[in-house]
Ligand binder design. Structure first.
Ligand SMILES: Nc1nc2c(ncn2[C@@H]2O[C@H](COP(=O)(O)OP(=O)(O)OP(=O)(O)O)[C@@H](O)[C@H]2O)c(=O)[nH]1
Ligand SMILES: [Mg+2]
Length: 1027
């Protein structure tokens, strides 16, 4: 075995929006090349890759799974992935293992939200995409388009998909779904569509053969190659010339037998582009002949004869015209040939693919430490080189990546090994209690040969070979019990597998939680982490119906956590078991799995726990005012510790929105930088900025992002306020030199600034100065400003208080962390706030000699606690004073609705406090696409309600998108006359939405809720009954 075998491998995945036909397409590919696991008659109906009961019941795919196919002399590993948003983590795991991606788009529905997501995923993972335009039959039978109209529609989709790819390529894209709103859809009108010349740069070009036109349901499809080959002799042109001419505005002049552009044809001519004339029109004719009552049945015979199709008489004589049509079409233009020949031709083999992908998989490390062990570095370099070359020789280091763990019932495992020996599957290492389910690793071998029985190192994503001993917990040794090739649900044991293959591995259940790198050496870095597009946000608390089942539930949760790459299981501060899932469908499946497979007990599930944040009112319009108040004003909240020795003053201001967003999105990176872990952690950065070139330092990138954020906050406003905006920005830049800490948990979107030194009192008290640690780390401040501090403090050094003030700094910061973790409204974290805390310490009145030393230290302990509480209370008080607001999470929602259901759909949206952003008619179809923001708290049961009210005709997809402050004042009580007139005198006003949400959270958390049950009930009068 050698390179030439590896060159014959293709690892591909199918990616698309939900229901665009991935599993149906996979069925046909399996039927044609899967070695008989699926009968061609069942292709498209069985949905072979959806082998879970729940998948079949709901008819959606929920996990990615792989199957090995043989096409000609090629080995193709095909991974089917889910399209539903709730399972998009499975798309990440599929893309990581693949080199090529078939991106499907429904020709009727066009590009959708998840199409964007999968294109982005393939781009991030450097997977080579090919476009498959599916459901062409719907253009003919459902929409009844003419060939010319169909062509325009296809052209538009190709154009749109290319537009999306080019935004990724030019690195202009924004990280969130809002970019979809700014997407290229619908900006091309029909007149100029035709004149669009394909750009050389376009990713997808039918003339290059990386776009296929298919009908997965009926099993036919083609690329332009098929037709170019066929017409070459007929038209007397070369195949390659025809390939170029069969897309775009190219026309055939029958008189001159020349291919010409539109101009050369002259106006008024009724000529159609060659794609319409030679490709679509014949298709349409066949469909008409078969399905229309007046169709010319001779057309079918002509096709059968001229292409020499052998169709069994049973199908030929079938009364159902659809069956005859399918029989003809699937033999004339077999789907699997069209798609797989495209795969083989346009998608890279593992050797070329890995050299392309290595920069993403194993980014080059920046080694700052000059004294690093050169042996380790040399070996790590060898590993990177063999991954780059996809070296499949037995001597090469063995490197594999596990993208997820999945559970299989142990009884489903093959009973015999590769040599036919009988295996005892029940001696699973997890002990008897877990033997019903066995965990397999879904992995790809990137270098060397993997053997069953081999011992390998399991490296977690945090492993660093240069930090020897301290890294023990991130590396383990494990024995691979078995290696399997995957056939959907079926597993085929093998003794070994080589680089470039996708396998399932048994024996790692105890070693890997979700993903890991396997390696034959300790001396290499783990693969970079996968990028997930959403975070699990839907959280519920779970408890067993019978408290005695607690043990079973905990075991079940542990198993579920391992089996599903995307759930998060945590224990809340109040001791509840909290399960976080990506969305409702995902949650429902997790609960079902828990009940039926993993815990096997009956469960109580709480209503969803929604997260909120707390902030204060304000926007950039009064930024100048805010800044003034913040830096000088006397608008502070004061607290004095109970021993009277420390006075704390806190001021708060809102952060500019983009800065908040940057801080929030860069949390991982910030924690690395602040924690001083940087050096090799380009990894976490890469998930955020893909534009990072290999030699740019992450700190620099982050600093630039922060400065850019300020720029976009202040300098995008209108022209006449430019001066002021510039001033604000400068002030902010100055402020950013004083970042003492971020919070909560050291990395959140709230800033603590060090106090202004000029504000020192001269009444014998000492201010806790602090030092701008974060600014220094980020390079926003340099040591010269830090030495200023040193200058000030050196004069104070003589004072005995100085030491005490310095030692109290950490309690002050803890107070800030506590406050930002739990705001005053309902103990939810604060969001986008800037604080200045001035703490003045006065000398102790007690003489040092007066008390025992241990009493003194006890006193000191008490004092630190008091400062912490006082700072926390003061911060919370400051927020309450500055018009607090509740911030809620919003889903970006894409809805598709037929025109007649627009009314009910809007009714549902209105009930859910949704904000509609845009509504767009789909050309040539009765569908409307509506984009809206829906608050997370209102989203439960949203899809169900929508389905009920629109008789199942509308569909909605939700993606978590952003945080938004509710404009309402939660403490609003009508005061002025007008307000009383409008809202009543306060006794009869219902609590506003913000208040209601806050109360609900407070009740859940067991915090006091101020509520008057009945205030002015009308007195019930019993009328005297006079008899
Ligand atoms: N008319 C028509 N229907 C199709 C075609 N391909 C698939 N379908 C139908 O589209 C629906 C969805 O097909 P699936 O293959 O399950 O779609 P999927 O992309 O795997 O869906 P998820 O895995 O849930 O994202 C099914 O009802 C199919 O019968 C086609 O070419 N023409
Ligand atoms: Mg599917």
């Amino acid at each position: 075995m050698g390179d030439s075998d590896t060159r014959k491998i293709r690892n591909i995945c199918i990616l698309a929006h939900v229901d665009h036909g991935k599993t149906t397409l996979a069925d046909h590919l399996i039927a044609a090349t899967g070695g008989g696991v699926l009968h061609p008659k069942l292709a498209g109906k069985l949905r072979f890759m959806d082998y879970l009961d729940e998948e079949q019941r709901r008819a959606i795919t929920m996990k990615s799974s792989s199957i090995a196919l043989h096409y000609k002399d090629y080995e193709i590993n095909l991974i089917d992935s889910p399209g539903h948003m709730d399972f998009c983590s499975e798309v990440s795991t599929a893309a990581r293992l693949s080199d090529g991606g078939l991106v499907l788009v429904d020709a009727v529905e066009g590009v959708h939200i998840q199409t964007h997501a999968v294109l982005r995923q393939s781009w991030i993972e450097k997977v080579t995409p090919c476009l498959v335009l599916n459901k062409i039959d719907r253009l003919i039978c459902e929409l009844k388009l003419s060939p010319m109209e169909a062509y325009n529609r296809l052209l538009r989709i190709v154009h749109e998909v290319n537009g999306i790819m080019s935004t990724y390529k030019s690195e202009k894209y924004l990280s969130d779904v809002d970019s979809i709103l700014a997407g290229p859809s619908g900006e091309v009108s029909d007149e100029n569509l035709e004149s669009i010349e394909d750009d050389e740069e376009d990713t997808f070009q039918p003339q290059k053969g990386n776009v296929a036109f298919v009908c997965a349901l009926d099993g036919w499809g083609f690329t332009i190659n098929e037709f170019a080959n066929f017409y070459a002799s007929k038209l007397g042109a070369s195949t390659s010339a025809l390939q170029k001419a069969f897309w775009g505005p190219r026309y055939f002049n029958p008189k001159t037998k020349m291919i010409v552009g539109k101009k050369a044809l002259g106006g008024g001519s009724k000529a159609r582009p060659m794609f319409v004339q030679f490709v679509l029109e014949p298709l349409w004719q066949v469909y008409h002949a078969a399905l229309e009552p007046d169709g010319d049945k001779g057309t079918l015979d002509k096709v059968i004869k001229s292409f020499n199709l052998s169709i069994p008489p049973r199908e030929l004589q079938n009364k159902d015209p659809k069956i005859l049509l399918q029989a003809v079409m699937s033999r004339w233009l077999p789907l699997s040939d069209a798609v797989l020949s495209m795969v083989v031709k346009c998608m890279p083999d593992p050797i070329s693919a890995q050299s392309l992908r290595v920069s993403r998989l194993l980014p080059k490390r920046e080694i700052l430490d000059k004294g690093a062990d050169s042996n380790v570095l040399a070996e790590a370099d060898l590993v990177r080189k063999s991954v780059e070359a996809c070296d499949s020789s037995p001597e090469a280091p063995c490197i594999a990546f596990v993208s997820k763990m999945f559970a299989v019932p142990t009884k489903m495992l093959p009973q015999r090994g590769p040599q036919g020996e009988i295996l005892n599957n029940f001696t699973e290492e997890g002990g008897i209690s877990e033997s019903d389910e066995c965990f397999l690793a879904f992995a790809r071998i990137f270098s060397g040969v993997l053997r069953s029985g081999q011992r390998l190192f399991v490296l977690s994503a945090l492993y660093d070979p240069l930090r020897g001993e301290s890294m023990q917990k991130h590396v383990q040794e494990a024995e691979l019990q078995s290696v399997y090739l995957m056939m959907g649900q079926g597993l085929k044991p093998v003794t070994c597998a080589r680089a470039g293959n996708i396998v399932a591995i048994r024996g790692l259940g105890q070693h890997i939680l979700k993903s890991a790198t396997l390696s034959s050496t300790r001396n290499c870095w783990p693969f970079s982490s996968m990028a997930f597009q959403v975070a699990p946000t839907l959280r519920v608390a779970i408890e067993p119906s019978d408290p005695a089942d607690m043990g079973a539930l905990m075991k079940g949760l542990r198993l579920l956590n391992r089996a599903d790459p995307f759930v998060e299981v945590t224990v809340s501060s109040r001791g509840e078991h909290v399960l976080a899932a990506a969305g409702e469908v995902h949650l429902e499946r997790c609960i079902k799995d828990l009940k039926e497979r993993f815990a096997k007990v009956s469960l109580e599930v709480s209503p969803p726990l929604v997260s909120y944040k707390e902030t204060i009112e304000g926007d950039l319009s009064n930024a100048v005012e805010d800044l003034k108040l913040f830096s000088s004003g006397s608008d502070y909240v004061e607290k004095i510790t109970s021993n009277g020795r420390c006075t704390i003053r806190v001021k708060v201001m809102k952060l500019p929105p983009t800065l908040t967003k940057v801080l929030e999105e860069s949390a991982d990176l910030l924690s690395d930088i602040i924690g001083g872990k940087l050096g090799q952690s380009a990894k976490s950065l890469e998930m955020h900025t893909l534009s990072l070139s290999e030699n740019e330092s992450p700190i620099e990138v982050l600093r630039k992002r922060i400065v850019d954020a300020l720029e976009s906050d202040f300098l995008c406003g209108n022209e006449n306020e430019k001066d002021q905006a510039e001033k604000c920005k400068d002030k902010w830049l100055k402020l950013l030199r004083r970042i003492w800490a971020l919070g909560p948990r050291q990395v959140g979107p709230n800033i603590l600034f060090t106090p202004d030194y000029k504000m020192d009192h001269d009444d014998g008290t000492i201010l806790i100065h602090g030092s701008p640690y974060v600014s220094l780390r980020l390079g926003l401040a340099d040591n010269s400003s830090a030495s200023d501090i040193a200058a000030i403090t050196s004069s104070e050094l003589t004072q005995p208080l100085y030491g005490e003030a310095e030692s109290l700094e950490s309690s002050l910061m803890s107070g800030f962390q506590l406050a930002t973790a739990a705001g005053p409204l309902c103990d939810e974290p604060m969001w986008g706030l800037a604080f200045v805390v001035e703490a003045y310490i006065s000398p102790s009145t007690m003489q040092a000699g007066d008390s025992e030393p241990n009493q003194l230290s006890e006193q000191y302990g008490l004092f630190t606690g008091q400062i912490m509480t006082a700072v926390k209370e003061a911060c919370r008080g400051a927020v309450l004073q500055r018009k607090p607001r509740l911030v809620e999470a919003m889903y970006f929602c894409e809805l598709n609705t037929p025109t007649e259901y627009l009314g009910p759909m809007y009714a549902v949206l209105a009930r859910r406090r949704a904000r509609v952003l845009k509504e767009e008619m789909h050309e040539g179809s009765p569908l409307f696409t509506v984009h809206a923001y829906v608050p997370v708290s209102e989203s439960f049961g949203f899809a169900d309600e929508l389905r009920r009210w629109t008789s199942g005709a509308s569909s909605a997809l939700l993606v978590l998108s952003r945080w938004e402050a509710l404009p309402e004042d939660p403490f609003f009580v009508p005061k002025t006359e007008e307000e009383i007139e409008e809202f009543g005198d306060g006794s009869s006003v219902l609590p506003n939405t913000a208040r209601k949400l806050i109360n609900a959270v407070r009740r859940r958390k067991g915090l006091p809720v101020e509520e008057k049950v009945v205030q002015h009930a009308t007195k019930q009068r019993t009328l005297a009954r006079k008899v």
